[in-house]
Write a protein of this length. Structure first.
Length: 296
């Protein structure tokens, strides 16, 4: 009996040690990924001189965090609430239009099994590998020429930045939705057509509600990207334009000779809070939607 107990204990210890290494690797990777966020939180609670002297050390007085946040919110150059409103408006409108148009495009590409549909879908997929740096200058010149021709301002305007996000975010959104829609039985749509539904009513009443899990994935992935994006708004809206998103507004604390690190990191901390909360609340939907879209 003792021998059996000893062998069982050895087997249990072997199983534990077998799982210990993957768990240790996972912990190290998690710490590596979270380290930038931790450093931002630590340094947002310090004075600028303390950040320069010891950027890695934890703060000695967490009360300094609230002082820095108060200084950031009250700073006229930063205009936190105005920048927050601009970021919220751009992100919300972009996500609504992106989800709607991508769902419609993916549905049409899945149900119309033609060579043209396959070619268009492959163009969507291929465009995902094109770096933004390659197209950013042609983008600006094209938008400028379109604005001159149509009279619709696309640079330094909400219309232009939202249109750009629709173009750059459409590829990944269509790709994810395309895989999910292939798993929806076509018999549901055929039954709706027999009952007299038009293609538009079939999509919005039958197909669109079924896309909710994968649409949450599209919303969160694009929302994180649009909210945190700096390069595209800085190019299209300008660093000193009338419209500023939060990432662009943070750069107002960076001068040619003076860098207010305490305010920069406090502003970055404020900009991160909304999207971190959204991600934590919806992370289950993100994983569920990505898995279902990949399998189907």
């Amino acid at each position: 009996m003792k021998e059996i107990s000893r062998r069982s204990k050895m087997t249990w210890d072997a199983r534990q040690s077998k799982h210990l290494i993957p768990e240790l690797i996972g912990f190290i990777l998690s710490l590596t990924v979270l380290s930038p966020f931790i450093l931002v939180v630590f340094n947002a609670a310090k004075k600028s001189a303390d950040i320069v002297i010891s950027p890695i050390a934890p703060p000695t007085d967490w009360g300094q965090l609230f002082i820095n946040l108060k200084n950031v919110i009250g700073n006229q150059n930063f205009s936190y609430w105005k920048s927050f409103g601009s970021s919220l408006y751009i992100t919300a409108v972009s996500l609504i239009l992106l989800t709607l148009f991508s769902s419609m495009a993916a549905w049409v590409l899945v149900r119309n099994k033609t060579k043209w549909s396959q070619l268009i879908f492959m163009m969507f997929v291929a465009s995902m590998v094109i770096p933004f740096q390659v197209v950013m200058l042609p983008l600006l010149s094209t938008f400028r020429k379109v604005s001159e021709f149509t009279g619709i301002p696309l640079l330094s305007s909400y219309t232009g930045i939202i249109t750009a996000y629709l173009g750059f975010g459409g590829s990944l959104s269509v790709f994810i939705l395309h895989g999910f829609i292939k798993g929806i039985p076509k018999e549901l749509e055929e039954a709706a057509w027999i009952d007299g539904c038009s293609p538009e009513n079939t999509f919005f009443q039958i197909v669109f509600p079924l896309l909710k899990p994968v649409q949450m994935t599209v919303l969160i992935l694009n929302g994180i990207w649009i909210w945190n994006d700096y390069l595209l708004p800085s190019l299209m809206l300008g660093l000193n334009g009338r419209i500023k998103t939060l990432p662009v507004a943070v750069s107002s604390f960076v001068g040619s000779y003076v860098k207010q690190w305490d305010l920069i990191l406090a502003a970055a901390f404020l900009a991160m809070i909304p999207i971190v909360i959204l991600f934590l609340c919806a992370q289950r939907q993100i994983i569920q939607g990505m898995v279902e879209g990949a399998i189907k």
